[in-house]
Design a protein around this ligand. Sequence first.
Ligand code: HEC
Length: 170
Amino acid sequence: MKYVRIFFAFAGVALLAVQFIRPAKNHSQEPPGSGIQSAFPVPGHVLQTFRRSCYDCHSDSTVYPWYAEIQPVGWWLNSHIEGGKRRLDFDRYATYRPMRQYRRFKDIIEQLRQDEMPLGSYLFIHRYARLTPDEKEEVIRWSGTMMDSMRAHYPIDSLERNRTDPRSSR
Ligand code: HEC
């Protein structure tokens, strides 16, 4: 019995201690002109969908839930934000090279078609972030149009690496 009490006392102290190790909040300010809407015509609806359903992990302005203050939950959320932003940051989209922009449009279409995004664990709590079938279609169609217009402006080998190039998967 005594050991059980000692165990819980230690666990409690450890849990208290980790509360002080907090990831920095994701609220950086990109220079104006870096966002996706600076480089591409984003219709209001599409931007709204991105803001509502994707920006928490793919932009510089995460809206944090209260439980982000509780560790280790905050660390876990932070890992999604870091991982998400590394792959796709709407607030930096205009600074990407054309090949990366093109590739990300393709990825967005793929992720939505396969219902991979937004992350399931996120939707479980943020039910409003789920895309309606219409919203999904709208974003997919728009992303496809952006790919078409990029192909009209750039030679194709500046948008897609040839398939034998080992870097082509990313
Ligand atoms: C809860 C956080 C979260 C939300 C919300 C979210 N994502 Fe992601 N997203 C991630 C993470 C984490 C990764 C990186 C996954 C990996 O590396 O495998 C990612 C990766 C991606 C990628 C790159 C996939 C690839 O092929 O590597 C795309 C495209 C993407 N997300 C699109 C979206 C879109 C579009 C939305 C909104 C409809 C969205 N995401 C919402 C966390 C999120």
